[in-house]
Design a protein around this ligand. Sequence first.
Ligand code: NAP
Length: 259
Amino acid sequence: MLTSIKDKVVIVTGGSKGIGKGIATVFAKQGAKVMIAARGMADAELAVAEIIAAGGTAACCSCDVADWQSVQQLIATTESTFGPVDILCANAGIFPQVKLIDMNPEDWDGVMATNLKSTFLCVKACIPSFEKNGKGRVIVTSSITGPVTGYPGWAHYGASKAGQLGFLKTAAMELSRYNTTINAVMPGNIMTEGLQDLGQEYLDGMAASIPLKRLGAVEDIGNAALFFASDEAGYITGQQIVVDGGQILPESLESIADI
Ligand code: NAP
């Protein structure tokens, strides 16, 4: 049993859907006060209503994580609603597929802004909160794609996800001044709205390549994030954990055909 995070103030970017919603739900179940940030408010309000119906505490705030002013507004709204931020889950991200031959500079910039620049913006904006509290926690949602694997159409996405890990090494050193840790979860293929958009063939192919023979659930990532947020993980910083059902292990599909 990990130390309670009851009453901790947690921001989950991209908390209206998919992995972010899973993280928000896991943290709310443990008694945290959860601020869900996303651009679309309909899904965010739905996620908040579900958490409250289950006895949790949550609110939502419209935010584009790629925009500095919008991120600053998110922190201000969180502080006035719940108090200074204890835990930031920098999770929002996009994964449009486009091969290099068709990729425009705008495609590249858009993915970098939403996935990588946003990580910097959200962490920077939370530093005054961490300083006020005398401690803090950051959990970044990276990916296996980029840091470990490749996939056609995701050169920009993979670079942004590997970039997050590069960012957190130095951020971990600088945040230690505020008694704050920063770590990353690297999901494999997790069943989310975003992943579903890639089609059944993609989902079936992925499930077949995973030793545990199933796609991950959003709670699998929420639980890993919860560990990094706990007091017990207080001496871990600048690190990452792969949560993928063993997907990166096989050297070929044949090697897991009869296990
Ligand atoms: P998803 O189902 O598409 O949900 C994405 C969430 O991010 C939504 O809440 C979305 O809300 C929000 N979002 C997107 N752009 C945003 C922006 N500019 N500002 C604020 N919020 C924004 O995606 P997911 O599959 O849960 O993925 C979440 C994270 O996990 C991403 O960082 C992704 O790279 C990572 N990941 C996912 C998988 C997987 O298998 N699903 C695997 C590895 C890593 P709005 O669109 O309303 O803003």
